[in-house]
Write a protein that binds this ligand. Structure first.
Ligand code: FAD
Ligand code: NAP
Length: 339
């Protein structure tokens, strides 16, 4: 398990930002992870836990140890009449897992097709798309406590999953490394097609033809038509969360901006479409040197591969202040900024 000094992380983040980690190591199992954590502890080094690097921004060089989680394995650990329980290593690629489940007829992940990144990061923000969230299929996870190197299990309730959020982004941020995730998947197909874009794409199909495979294929097609592929245009997906505001604020905004997009988000709350706010502020396609607001999807910021993280943060700050000036709504960044 070589610990490599002065390691370039450009290939380890989907924004393709060149930044150096003081040290870098790949860990394939819990013994290697414990040894890496011990090395960081002794050297008082900050930690950067890496999955696919699709939800982080390297604003500068990282002055600590970057640990690439490579735990592998997809195993059925239990079955009953209705469900199959699948234990998955944190280093498995998320979309490969979705494809594996489609092949084996384990249902429930279809709407989450083509989300970049690895399984270990999925609980961090309770990944979600097209009306389904990780929490809908999640049973439990195993994680290693960073200081004690003890393994702990977290059941669903302990993860405090919420909209693109979990306890690992809040109270327990940086305290645990997720090593495996257990999912509870269905043996009988039950498609979820209420999300408007999905329903529209499937509107000319007979209900009986809409299999989980069809849903997964349709989600992939919609995503490919709207989102830039990070391999071609470096990006980190949605750069801002959809802000949740009191209904009263939404009504006020509606009187000033009649086309504003909002969805009910619990008692007296409305979720605004951040992409609409940015687009209508005239920022779609806006470019500052090596970074830009994507021309098709204003929620996505892109990078040419030749700039740096600071340029991207400057663009994000510009967007935040323009949106605030126009709507008095605060945008919160979704990717984590390092160091
Ligand atoms: P990384 O970027 O490597 O890490 C993200 C954070 O999690 C970091 O803070 C990291 O330290 C931490 N972390 C990673 N692994 C572990 C671990 N094992 N233990 C502890 N902490 C860990 N997200 C959605 O929710 N829905 C979408 O539809 C969606 N679409 C996207 C589309 C594109 C084109 C892109 C680029 C991103 C999209 N995302 C989406 C965001 C991103 O793909 C997800 O958040 C994904 O789960 C991140 O996985 P990752 O392995 O790349 O995480
Ligand atoms: P979209 O379909 O154009 O919709 C725009 C926004 O409106 C989305 O953010 C979505 O919220 C919200 N929305 C639409 N219909 C809704 C409904 N009936 N109820 C509640 N909210 C609704 O979105 P898109 O950008 O193409 O993305 C499609 C899906 O992929 C979304 O679920 C999105 O979250 C996900 N995605 C996420 C990322 C990321 O990096 N986090 C990147 C790309 C796509 P939600 O976001 O809550 O669904």
């Amino acid at each position: 398990m070589p610990i490599i000094p002065d390691y370039d992380l450009q290939a380890h983040n989907t924004l393709a930002i060149a930044a150096t980690a003081k040290y870098f190591v790949e860990v394939h199992d819990n013994d290697e992870l414990a040894a890496a954590l011990s090395f960081a502890n002794k050297g008082k080094l900050p930690l950067l836990i890496l999955g696919g690097g699709s939800n982080l921004v390297l604003a500068d060089d990282f002055p600590g140890l970057a640990i690439q989680i490579k735990h592998s394995g997809i195993d059925v650990i239990e079955e009953d009449e209705e469900h199959v329980y699948l234990q998955v290593g944190a280093g498995e690629n998320w979309h490969d897992l979705v494809c594996h489940c489609l092949n084996f007829h384990y249902w429930g992940l279809e709407n989450l097709s083509l989300i970049p990144g690895n399984v270990g990061a999925a609980p961090i923000q309770n990944i979600g798309a097209y009306g389904v969230e990780l929490k809908d299929v999640f049973l439990e996870l195993q994680a290693m406590e960073v200081n004690s190197r003890v393994l702990v299990n977290f059941e669903k309730q302990a993860c405090q999953f919420a909209y693109r959020d979990s306890v690992f982004k809040g109270r327990l941020r940086d305290r645990y490394v997720i090593t495996q995730v257990t999912l509870k998947l269905k043996k009988s197909p039950e498609v979820q097609i209420n999300y408007p874009a999905l329903m529209q794409a499937l509107s000319d199909r007979n209900a009986s033809d809409i299999t989980p495979q069809v849903v997964a294929k349709t989600v992939c097609e919609i995503r490919r038509s709207k989102l830039p592929d990070p391999a071609e245009i470096p990006n980190a997906g949605s750069f801002f969360k959809n802000p949740i505001v009191p209904d009263e604020t939404f009504v006020n905004l509606q009187s000033r901006f009649p086309g504003i997009v909002g969805y009910p988000a619990g008692e007296n709350k409305t979720k605004l479409a951040a992409g609409w706010l940015i687009d209508q502020a005239g920022l779609k396609g806006y470019t500052q040197g090596s970074v830009a607001v994507h021309t098709q999807q204003a929620l996505v910021l892109t990078h040419t591969g030749e700039g740096d993280g600071r340029a991207l943060i400057a663009l994000a700050d510009h967007i935040k202040s323009q949106v605030f000036d126009r709507y008095q709504v605060d945008l919160e960044m979704e990717p984590r900024i390092y160091p």
